[in-house]
Design a protein around this ligand. Sequence first.
Ligand SMILES: NC(=O)c1ccc[n+]([C@@H]2O[C@H](COP(=O)([O-])OP(=O)(O)OC[C@H]3O[C@@H](n4cnc5c(N)ncnc54)[C@H](OP(=O)(O)O)[C@@H]3O)[C@@H](O)[C@H]2O)c1
Length: 288
Amino acid sequence: MTHLQRRSVFRASLGPAWRSASAEAIRDAVGGRRVLITGASSGIGRATAVLLARHGAELIVLARRGQLLAALVAQIHAAGGRAEAVPCDLADPEAVAAAIATIGPQPVEIIVNAAGLSIRRSVTELVDRFDTVTRTISANYLGPVRLATGLLPATRSAAHGQLIEISTVTVDLPAPGWSAYAASKTAYDTWLRAAGPELLGDGVAVSSVHLPLVHTAGSAPTYGPRTPGLTADEAAEIIAAVIVRSPRVLIPWWARAGAAGWRLTRPLTDRVAGVLHARAFQRMGRPR
Ligand SMILES: NC(=O)c1ccc[n+]([C@@H]2O[C@H](COP(=O)([O-])OP(=O)(O)OC[C@H]3O[C@@H](n4cnc5c(N)ncnc54)[C@H](OP(=O)(O)O)[C@@H]3O)[C@@H](O)[C@H]2O)c1
C-alpha cells in the first residue's frame, strides 16, 4: 500500500461524521460570506483558504508571515477568488488590536481559527525553555480569544455566524512531551465550551474539530510521512464540511475511546506512557 492509499484508509477510518460535503453545499455555506482564516500562511489554514476561496468565500487571511499571505492572496485572485491579507502576530496584543481595526466593523460571518504552534518538549526541557509555555499559550489561546472577542460583537449583532476552532486529539489524549501544547489547546477548547452557549443566543454557532495527525510543516519535525495521518487538503475538506454541518464537536471515535480507556486504567496507562516518552526522548538524545 502506498503512503497516499494508507492516508485515504486513515481518513475513512475516522467515520461518517468526517465525510466531505458536496461542492454545492460548501458554496451555499460560504459563497459571498466574509470568512476569516487565521494561520492561513501554511498547512491546514492555507489549504482551507484555497478551498473556501474556490467556493466563493470572501476571505480575510491572517498569520505572521506577510509574504506568504501575499502569495496566497495573489494565487486566489489569479483563480478569480476574493481575499485580503492581514499580517498579524497573535501573540502581540497590539498587533491583534490593529488587525481587528483593519478587518473593520463589517461582520465576519465565519471565523476559522487554524493558527497554532505545536512544540514538543519534555518538562525537563521547559526549565531552560519556559518560552515554550508562553509562546504556545499566546498563539493557541490568548491571541485567538482576543481576536474573537474583538470581532464577535459585529458577528453577534448580525445574528448569524460561526466560530470554528481547529483543535487536536491531544486535547483528548494529552501525551507526555506535549504538556505546553496540550494545555494551550485545551484552554481554547474549554473557553469555547463555556462561550458557546452565550454566543448561540445571538445566532453564532461554535465548533471544535479535534483533528488527528495532519502532515504539514508544523507536524513534519515530529512525524514522518509513514505515520498514518491526513493531508492538509483532506483536513480542509473536513473543515469545509464542519462549516456546512456545524457540529458542536468532531472527535475521532478512537480518541473518545482512548480517553475513556485511559481514565479507566489510569495508574497503569500513565506509567506506560511515561516509559514510552522516556524511550522516545532517549532515542532523540534529548533530556526526558
Ligand atoms: N498538523 C497536525 O497534525 C495537527 C493536528 C491537530 C491540530 N492541528 C492544529 O492545526 C492548526 C494548523 O496547524 P498546521 O499543522 O497547519 O501547522 P503549520 O503549517 O505550522 O501552520 C500554523 C499556522 O499558524 C500560524 N501561526 C503560528 N503562530 C502564530 C502567531 N503567533 N500569530 C499568527 N499566526 C500564527 C502560522 O503562520 P505564521 O508562522 O506565518 O505566523 C501558520 O500559518 C494548529 O492550530 C494546530 O494546533 C494540527
